[in-house]
Each structure stands twice: as C-alpha cells, then as structure tokens.
Design a protein around this ligand. Structure first.
Ligand code: SF4
Ligand code: SF4
Ligand code: SF4
Length: 359
C-alpha cells in the first residue's frame, strides 16, 4: 500500500490513545515532488494509494484534489483515511469525481466513541456517514477496541445493516490505560470472527485471519513484514521522500529492496513450533520490539486454534528462506543463529556468542 502523509500532517482531533502523539513530522508540502513519488512508486509496485494523516481534510482543497486525482488516473479509484468531522460539500464532490473510498475513524456509537469525540460530535459524524452512503460513496469504518466499546459487536451489526462496505479494527496495546484485558479481547474477537464467517462481512483483521488460516495471507501483519522494508506500507512524506510504515520503531528508514529477516528469526525463536506460523509469520513488528513476536499473539493463536477445531485444515510448515547475505553468514556460523541487521551493522547471536560486524 502507498500511504501519502501518514503521521506527517496535523490532526484536528486529539484521540486519547493517538499512536502518532509525539512522533508526527511537520514538513512543508512540496506537491510536485509528492506527485512524482506517487507515480514512481505506483509504476514499481502497482499498489493502492491512500491519502492519510493526521487529518488530510485540513489540507487545502487543491492539494486534496491533486492527490485524489493522480490516484484515480493511475488506479481508477482513490482512498482517504479521515476522522470525518470536517467533511463538507466540496469534499463530497471530489469523492464522487474521483471514485473515492472514504475510511472513517470512529469507535462506535456516541457512548462508545468518547475517547475520540464528544457524544454530540459522534452523532453528527454518524449523520455525515449517512449522507455519504446516500451519495453512493463507498464508506469503510476504522475502529480501535477499548474499555468504552466492549459491546462493539452491536456497532458491527449496525454497519452491516447500513451498507458500510467493511470495518478495520485495531487493538490497543495492553499497556494503554484504556485497553481491554486479554480475556476480553479474545472473547470479543471470537464473537466477531463468528460474525464474519456467518455473514461473510468484511471485518478486518478477522476476515484476514480466516483467509490466512486457509493459506492466503492478505493483511500486512500476517505476511512476513520486516521492519527494515515494511513492504506492505510505503509512506510518502510531504517533501516527496519515502519512509517505512510509521508503526515500526524504525520509521525513518526505507529500503526499497525487499528483505525478510524477521520471520526467519521468529521461526527459530519466539514462534518455534507454532503450527500456525504458515498463516501468521509472527505478526506486526511495530507492536513491540521487532525481534519478538507480536504482543497480540495469544489472540491470534486463540482464533487460529478455534478455526482449527472447526476445519482441521492441514498445511505444511516451511522454514522461511534467509535473504542471500544472511545465507552466507549462516554457513560461517552453523547451528541455531539469530541474525539482526541495523544500518549496515550485522549482529549474529549463537548461544552465548554475539558477533557484531560492519557490512
Ligand atoms: S484521528 Fe487519528 S491521527 Fe488524529 S488524533 Fe485521532 S488517532 Fe490521532
Ligand atoms: S509494521 Fe505492522 S502495520 Fe506496518 S506494514 Fe508492517 S505489519 Fe503492517
Ligand atoms: S500465532 Fe503467535 S507463535 Fe504463532 S506464528 Fe503467530 S505470533 Fe508466532
């Protein structure tokens, strides 16, 4: 996915768990450079283009239009991630003109969305969603699960009945003071997974977990995402430069050549003997120290085990290949090795031995 301006422009909201707090880059916009980079990346990767933020609707209309237009010219559609509060008639005209999918951040009904907006603002936002749907604009919802929307399943039924195209759910890290407990998250996730299976409604990440269980990984956190190349998300800054997915701890690096070192490390360490590794690959490297498996592993395992109890699907586990450079290192250090590479420095761990080399 090609993200434009993720974590790089201001936002009008102040969500209490905002993942961009304290790490947003404020760089002046160089529109021609941005358009050039969008073209270059699209030519190379043919991936969907999404205008992101912060709040992209704070940008001048001219800039919003230029990005939706180039997306539309290249792909026949465009996408925007927004808090939705600022949507006005001019934006709606652009969304219709450039076949825009509008992804709106909202955690549920007014009483469920209090960490983002006041109850009245949420009510207004729900009415705005109705207007977009009436205009036949494709709407998706993006939500975070927390203690105020424990009963989030009710909102999923609402979205399903309204004709909202699909939902993307994110989990709040357990260290956050508003997060659900692990057992609550497991039980709510299983309920939502059941809902996806019964209705075939698209509720990510549960739809992706089902697809991955059957061997078709689609969502970034279920593919081998390496923090040095985050090939599922390339982020264009306002000056036209490209950086990694901003969820990682290494967001300001970018390596266009695909590498996959993390899943090899995890296969040998944290995820060793997990029979669902073929479907998961260790999850998102951004949820904690990238050398460890995803902190939400217990939830994924719970869901994969549940699917396994229903379907008994069998798939052979394959060791991920080492990238060529690491393969050479492995020859020099046979046995169980753990290899990490940061900014041209390779660290090799074997038992108590640690070797650090400059490449
Ligand atoms: S809408 Fe998104 S970027 Fe803006 S404050 Fe909320 S979480 Fe942060
Ligand atoms: S770092 Fe996480 S969120 Fe970003 S592309 Fe990789 S898996 Fe996806
Ligand atoms: S379910 Fe957990 S142990 Fe299994 S591959 Fe995923 S993160 Fe690793």
């Amino acid at each position: 996915m090609i993200l434009v301006f993720e974590s790089a422009i201001p936002c009008n909201q102040n969500c209490r768990y905002c993942y961009q707090r304290g790490r947003r880059l404020n760089i002046p916009i160089n529109l021609p450079a941005v358009i050039r980079t969008i073209r270059d990346l699209y030519e190379k990767y043919k991936e969907p283009i999404v205008l992101h933020g912060g709040e992209p609707l704070l940008l001048p209309l001219l800039v919003i239009e230029a990005i939706l237009k180039i997306s539309y010219e290249l792909t026949g559609q465009s996408s925007i991630c927004t808090g939705g509060v600022l949507i006005n008639e001019n934006h709606i005209k652009l969304f219709k003109k450039y076949n825009t999918q509008v992804d709106i951040s909202i955690d549920g009904f007014p009483e469920q969305n209090v960490l983002r907006l006041s109850k009245q603002q949420t009510q207004n936002l729900l009415e705005k969603i109705d207007i977009l749907l009436a205009e036949k604009i494709k709407v998706n919802v993006m939500s975070v699960l927390h203690e105020f929307n424990r009963n989030y399943a009710d909102f999923v039924y609402y979205c399903y009945n309204k004709g909202i195209d699909g939902i993307r759910i994110n989990f709040l890290k357990f260290s956050d003071k508003y997060s659900l407990s692990l057992s609550e998250l497991k039980s709510l996730s299983k309920k939502l997974l059941d809902f996806c299976m019964i209705t075939l409604y698209d509720v990510l990440p549960f739809t992706s977990i089902i697809e991955s269980y059957f061997g078709n990984s689609t969502d970034c956190f279920l593919t081998p995402c390496d923090p040095f190349s985050t090939s599922a998300a390339r982020n264009i800054l306002p000056n036209g430069k490209v950086i990694n997915c901003t969820c990682t701890q290494l967001p300001y690096t970018y390596q266009s050549e695909y590498i996959d070192m993390r899943s090899y490390i995890l296969y040998k360490t944290d995820c060793r003997n997990c029979k669902f590794f073929y479907a998961c690959k260790g999850g998102c490297p951004g949820n904690q120290d990238w050398r460890r498996k995803d902190i939400f592993c217990p939830v994924y395992r719970h869901l994969f085990s549940y699917l396994h109890s229903l379907f008994h699907y069998q798939r052979k586990q394959e060791e991920p290949p080492l990238p060529p450079k690491q393969r050479k290192i492995k020859k020099l250090f046979p046995g169980e090795t753990k290899i990490t590479e940061v900014n041209g420095i390779t660290q090799i761990e074997r038992g108590d031995e640690i070797v650090i080399r400059r490449n």
